[in-house]
Design a protein around this ligand. Structure first.
Ligand code: GLC
Length: 791
């Protein structure tokens, strides 16, 4: 079954039925405020951090409730429904939701009344706006009551979930007559907390309001038929010490074909004055319209910044539009999506990868993250597992749960090296930043310390300790005893050494160059000796010396990341490279892409960790883990397998043919999913899960632009090294780089997968495959001809 399709220009995804197999979300956001909005308006909003500053309640994707609803009631018949379909779920005559970049528009027709709601988040303020239109399609006049509705949390969602009956005792929601708004908040209950509030208001005259959830719905009842909507009148209750909602009663008398419109504002303010100023500004239709126009033009700018054009429209759509949008959306709350419960903040390794992905697209956003990464590094070189803008380091607050991810620091050097390649700015390396636990050092020193720390933290086999996780968070028992070692982390560290060797060479810092080369060689030799299982590379040694990923095991064989990173780190000798890539093709690959390993684990192994307890084929237990598949695509490109790189990219696309049965795939067909359930599952193979928040996003963007199109940042300029599917005869990419824009067209007349035969720069023959930065604000044309003979 199909539940939707893209609009013609690809800038909207049009959902054609309200009951999609899972809620299909859009992220509406600015730097401080996020509104996760499903196709029916379900979802939650938060300010700054999704854990500590949750504004709206959201039960779960199972019910996709509550949400930002507009109930409608016919005064004459007493019949009621909701524009959103949810939560009343009356039969609709027409229903459609368009998820766009920065807005969602929902339209429905029921009982001769058309309702249309556009949701958006103001660009510069913590305010979300609903533009609501109600139209009478009937031949006769209609008397309606209309009720905008939300349910508040107004505080910390983790505490709220744990202590449901206590947290509501801090609640207060009142109608402020002067502001014409409902103000909801939790009384501060700890020293240092401040009285922040959420406000909810409409631009239309109101006949009543409600803030008591219990009165609105009625006990033992639910949102589908709330008592007060059934009766028609809201009772103007303010509440203290109970669950809070916001609802208004509007009375509309509409002549035939008449339409009325109003805006609803929902937001976060530090005090009532601030709320008043937001309401003054945004509670106006014209302002909402202007905001919407500006949001659209902002996203057009982002979409236009890097543009690819290839023979595959789906590839282009993901690179040019939806992948970029997803990348911008997730950087504020890297632990949270509609699938995660109460987690907030940003994972350290995730943030490093997001920043790397953002460098070419939104340097300002990338820089802001990079500074945080530097700050959250310890003076030893190690780093915190993650951090929240409002609560600081994760490790300090939740020691037992997430400390001890061994790999975190290894991601920082990659990002910094990419920063220098992107910008050419070596001065940044001299800038000093504080360490999280005191002291300061230059950026260059920060990344050297990361590498040296990891290099020192090695065990019996000479590989880095894994402690509670490497890239794979779910290998959480492998090294709990302090002895387990990670083969993958050995490779990741080798890659970091290689990159620092390159940087040191560029900086003419011979000492570091030699140091890093030595470290790299030592690691490569160790990995090839103790990391090699005979037919492929292992994942890890656990505390007892058990070889995870080995052929001797019944489950968990051929760990994908150890094979792909053997190539990314350039540790694997050529004969092994061929062998492991063949294994990926023949042993791990599926119609959705390669699984993380196979077979999946079927029972808990306390020597490995939670990966073995997840349902077969789900998440790290041998799903087709999209992030890892992106590594695989880059590995393919490194060895010149253009067909295979493209094949995997296509399989991974959320709109790939294998996923066209939406009932089977279930997830949003317009954003990357963290994983597709793997072949180990008894009945869910092919189901997509955990959309939006995934490291797949930066990696797929980099894989497509820098590796498949092959226009890659480098110290001396833009390196041209495409790795195509053979059947692509032509492709192009527009790439801003260090103050100029490069229009690169690539011809592939001989149908090769890799290899550059000729380059013309601004019409003249260019004898190198590095285009030096012009920095002149102009557009430069680069014509590339691929072919068998390199040169
Ligand atoms: C999740 C995490 C990421 C981790 C991956 C594998 O996507 O956000 O940091 O590497 O799972 O465990």
């Amino acid at each position: 079954m199909q539940c939707g399709h893209f609009s013609k220009n690809g800038l909207e995804y049009i959902i054609t039925r309200p009951d999609t197999p899972k809620p299909w979300f859009n992220y509406l956001f600015n730097d401080l405020y996020h509104a996760l909005t499903s196709q029916t308006g379900g979802g939650y909003s938060y300010y700054d951090d999704p854990k500590s500053n949750r504004i709206l309640r959201y039960e779960h994707i199972q019910t996709d409730r509550p949400g930002r609803y507009v109930y409608v009631r016919d005064e004459e018949t007493g019949e009621f429904w909701s524009v959103n379909w949810q939560p009343v779920r009356k039969k609709v005559d027409f229903w459609e939701t368009r998820h766009g970049l920065g807005y969602t528009t929902l339209t429905s027709r029921t009982n001769g009344i058309e309702g249309k709601i556009t949701y958006l988040v103001a660009q510069d303020s913590p305010v979300e706006i609903w533009m609501v239109r109600i139209k009478n399609l009937d031949k006769k006049a209609r008397k309606l009551r209309v009720y905008p509705f939300v349910e508040f949390v107004s505080g910390d969602i983790e505490l709220e979930t744990c202590y449901r009956n206590i947290l509501s005792l801090y609640n207060e929601a009142v109608y402020d007559d002067k502001l014409k708004a409902i103000l909801a908040r939790k009384y501060p209950f700890r020293r240092g907390q401040v009285e922040w509030l959420n406000f909810f208001s409409v631009s239309h005259r109101i006949h009543g309001f409600e803030t008591s959830k219990e009165t609105f719905i009625g006990r033992y009842n639910d949102l589908g038929s709330p008592n007060e909507i059934r009766d028609g009148t809201l009772k103007n209750n303010s509440v203290r010490g109970e669950d809070m909602i916001g609802a208004f009663e509007l009375r509309l008398n509409l002549a035939p074909k008449e339409e009325t419109s109003f805006v609803v504002c929902l937001g976060f303010a530090k005090n009532a004055q601030e709320a008043a100023s937001y309401l003054r500004k945004y509670r106006r239709w014209e302002v909402a319209e202007e905001e919407l126009l500006e949001i659209k033009s902002y996203w057009k700018g982002v979409v236009d910044r890097i543009r690819v054009h290839t023979p595959d429209p789906h590839f282009d759509l993901m690179v040019n539009v939806w992948g970029k949008y997803q990348l911008s959306a997730i950087i504020h709350s890297r632990g949270t999506s509609s699938y995660h419960g109460t987690e907030g903040g940003l994972g350290y390794r995730d943030t490093a990868q997001d920043s790397e992905g953002l460098l070419a697209l939104r340097l300002d956003a990338a820089m802001e993250k990079i500074e945080k990464l530097l700050y959250y590094q310890y003076h030893t070189g190690h780093a915190v597992s993650g951090f929240s803008y409002s609560e600081g380091s994760w490790d300090k607050n939740h020691q037992a749960v997430i400390t001890g991810k061994a790999d975190v620091a290894v991601w920082l050097p990659y990002t910094i090296v990419s920063y220098v390649k992107e910008t050419g700015d070596t001065e940044f390396l001299k800038k000093k930043y504080r360490f999280h636990d005191g002291g300061e050092a230059t950026v260059y020193e920060h990344i050297k310390r990361a590498v040296r720390y990891l290099y020192k933290q090695r065990g019996e086999h000479g590989l880095p300790y894994i402690r509670k996780a490497d890239w794979n968070d779910a290998y959480d028992h492998v090294g709990l005893g302090g002895k387990g070692e990670s083969v993958w982390l050995g490779m990741a560290l080798a890659r970091a050494c290689k990159q620092l060797e390159g940087l040191a060479h560029f900086l003419k810092d011979r000492k570091t160059e030699v140091e890093m080369r030595r470290k790299y060689r030592t690691l490569a030799a160790i990995i090839n000796r103790v990391g090699w299982d005979g037919g492929w590379y292992l994942a890890a040694y656990n505390d007892e010396g058990y070889r995870i990923g080995s052929a001797k095991n019944e489950e968990g064989k051929v760990p994908l990341n150890s094979q792909t990173w053997a190539i990314l780190s350039e540790v694997a000798p050529p004969d092994r490279r061929k062998k492991i890539l063949k294994l990926i093709d023949e042993y791990l690959d599926t119609e959705y892409g390669p699984a993380l390993f196979l077979p999946s684990y079927t029972r808990f192994d306390p020597g490995i960790g939670r990966v073995t307890a997840f349902a077969e084929g789900t998440k790290e237990n041998a799903a087709v883990f999209s992030h890892a598949c992106a590594f695989k695509i880059v590995a393919d490109c490194l060895v010149g397998r253009g067909d295979k790189a493209y094949e995997t990219y296509c399989k991974l696309l959320p709109m790939s043919p294998a996923k066209s049965d939406h009932t089977k795939y279930t997830a949003e067909p317009f954003v990357w999913a963290e994983y597709v359930i793997g072949p180990g599952s008894r009945y869910k193979f092919g189901e997509g899960n955990f959309t939006w928040n995934t490291g797949t996003t930066p990696w797929m963007f980099i894989a497509a632009t820098e590796w498949i199109l092959g226009v890659r940042r480098d110290y001396e300029g833009l390196l041209i090294d495409p790795c195509f599917p053979r059947h692509w005869k032509r492709a192009s990419i527009r790439r801003p780089f260090r103050g100029a824009t490069y229009e690169v067209t690539i011809e592939n007349p001989e149908g090769v997968e890799k290899g550059v035969k000729r380059i013309f720069l601004d019409g003249k023959r260019w004898d190198s495959n590095v285009i030096p930065p012009h920095g002149d604000g102009k557009i430069h044309r680069v014509q590339v001809v691929m072919g068998r003979k390199i040169k």
